[in-house]
Write a protein that binds this ligand. Structure first.
Ligand code: GDP
Ligand code: MN
Length: 364
C-alpha cells in the first residue's frame, strides 16, 4: 500500500466538497508591485483550477507599500477576497548582530563565485523572511493553514477537493509538489548548523532525518577524514546531506508547526549564525531540513496529483499512483521545454469535470 497516495484519484464534485466543513486557511503571495501581470496570471490560474469553487482568501505581502494599481488588479481577479499587507522593516533588514558591511562584502564574493542570487541583497532578505518571520506576520495570525503562491506560476489540472481539509484529516503538516537537489554553493554550512541544533535540543535522529543523508557517502574512517578536511554539507558525525529539498515556491502547510517553539528555536539558531547573509541559505532547504528533523515522515505529503509549473520545472500528475497511463512517455516531472507535457497540458487525474464521482469530505 502506498503510504502517501494522493487524496483523490479522480474528479470530485467541487461544489459538494466546497459545501462541506472547511479549514481556516489562506493563500499567501509575496510579490513586488512590478510583478502585477505575473501575479494576476497566478491568481487566474488558481481560480480557474481550484478557487472558483472554494473561495479561499489571498494574503498579499510586500516589503514596500502596495501600488493602488496592483490592489485593483488583484481585487478584480480573486473570488475569496484579498488582503494587502506590508512586511515590518525589521523583518526585511539585517538583524542587529549582522554587520551590513561584512554581509555586503560576502554577497559580492558570492556573486563573484556564481552563487545563484547570492549578489542580490533583497533575495537574502526574502529567504530570511520566508524562513522565519513570515509565520509571525500579523496578517497570518488568524489562519491555521497557508498555501504559498508566487507570481508567474501555473496550475495545470483541476483540483476538485479541498487540500486543507485533507491535510487536516490525514494529520499532515507539510505538502509539496517538486523535490530537487539544492545548489551546493548556496548553503555549505547549513546542514551542520541544523544538525547542531538537533543535538543541542537532544532530539534523536529519526528515519525522516536519516533520509536526508547521502547514502553513497564513504564508510566511517574515510568519512571522518573527509569531513575534517571539508565541512560543507557534513555534520559532526561526518554524515553528508544529500542536498534534497522541497521547492518552497509551492507549499501547503500548517502555520502552527512553523510558529511552534521547535521550528522557531531552529530559526533563531540559524539566524544567529548569519548564514542568510554570509551564505545564501534558501527558505526551501531550511523548511525541508526542519520538517525532516522535527516531524515523522507520515506528516509530509507529496501532492503528486497537482499539476504545477514554476520556471524552469514542472510536475505533471501522470506519475501519481493510479494516474500512470501505460505507454505514455509524456508524463511526469522534469525540466520545462516546449515539448514538456505541461506545455501542451498535463494528463490530469481530473481532466474532465463532467466525470464526477465520490462525494465525501475525508477521502480516506
Ligand atoms: P526564485 O523563485 O527563487 O527565482 O525567486 P523569486 O524571484 O520568484 O522570489 C521568490 C518570491 O519572493 C516571489 O514571490 C517574489 O515575488 C518574492 N520576492 C523576491 N524578492 C522580492 C522583493 O525584493 N520584494 C518583494 N516584495 N518580493 C520579493
Ligand atoms: Mn519564483
Amino acid at each position: 500500500q502506498d503510504l502517501d497516495a494522493p487524496f483523490a484519484t479522480q474528479c470530485r464534485d467541487p461544489e459538494i466538497a466546497a459545501s462541506q466543513p472547511r479549514e481556516n486557511a489562506a493563500f499567501v503571495m509575496l510579490a513586488r508591485n512590478s510583478e502585477i501581470n505575473e501575479a494576476r496570471n497566478t491568481i487566474q490560474s488558481i481560480e480557474k483550477q481550484f478557487n472558483q469553487w472554494f473561495h479561499y482568501p489571498v494574503v498579499f505581502l510586500n516589503n514596500e507599500e502596495w501600488d493602488p494599481a496592483f490592489i485593483r488588479a488583484m481585487n478584480q481577479s480573486v473570488s475569496g477576497g484579498a488582503i494587502f499587507d506590508v512586511i515590518p522593516k525589521e523583518d526585511w533588514s539585517y538583524p542587529e548582530w549582522i554587520d551590513p558591511e561584512q554581509a555586503r562584502a560576502s554577497m559580492a564574493e558570492q556573486q563573484k563565485n556564481g552563487v545563484w542570487n547570492g549578489g542580490k541583497e533583497s533575495y537574502h532578505h526574502m529567504c530570511r523572511f520566508y524562513s522565519g518571520t513570515f509565520y509571525a506576520h500579523k496578517a497570518l495570525q488568524k489562519y491555521k493553514w497557508y498555501w504559498r503562491l508566487e507570481p508567474g506560476v501555473r496550475f495545470t489540472c483541476a483540483l476538485t477537493y479541498d487540500p486543507f481539509v485533507e491535510m487536516a484529516c490525514h494529520n499532515k503538516s507539510y505538502g509539496y509538489t517538486i523535490a530537487l537537489w539544492e545548489e551546493p554553493n548556496t548553503c555549505p554550512s547549513l546542514f551542520r548548523a541544523v544538525d547542531d541544533f538537533r543535538v543541542h535540543i537532544n532530539l534523536p535522529r529519526t528515519p525522516a532525518w536519516n533520509a536526508m543523508m547521502d547514502q553513497t557517502w564513504q564508510p566511517w574512517p574515510i568519512r571522518k577524514l573527509k569531513a575534517w578536511l571539508n565541512k560543507d554539507h557534513v555534520n559532526r558525525q561526518g554524515e553528508r546531506w544529500n542536498l534534497c529539498h522541497y521547492w518552497s515556491n509551492f507549499e501547503i502547510a500548517d502555520l502552527d508547526f512553523f510558529r511552534g517553539e521547535a521550528y522557531q528555536g531552529l530559526f533563531r539558531h540559524l539566524d544567529r549564525l548569519g548564514g542568510f547573509y554570509y551564505e545564501r541559505w534558501g527558505d526551501a532547504p531550511v523548511h525541508s531540513l526542519a520538517v525532516h528533523m522535527l516531524l515523522p515522515p507520515d506528516r509530509l505529503h507529496h501532492f503528486s496529483d497537482i499539476g504545477y509549473h514554476h520556471e524552469p520545472f514542472f510536475q505533471c500528475p501522470g506519475n501519481a499512483p493510479g494516474g500512470q497511463l501505460p505507454g505514455n512517455k509524456a508524463l511526469g516531472n522534469g525540466e520545462w521545454s516546449s515539448e514538456s507535457p505541461g506545455a501542451i497540458g498535463c494528463r490530469c487525474q481530473c481532466p474532465d469535470l463532467r466525470r464526477r464521482n465520490n462525494r465525501g469530505i475525508c477521502l480516506a
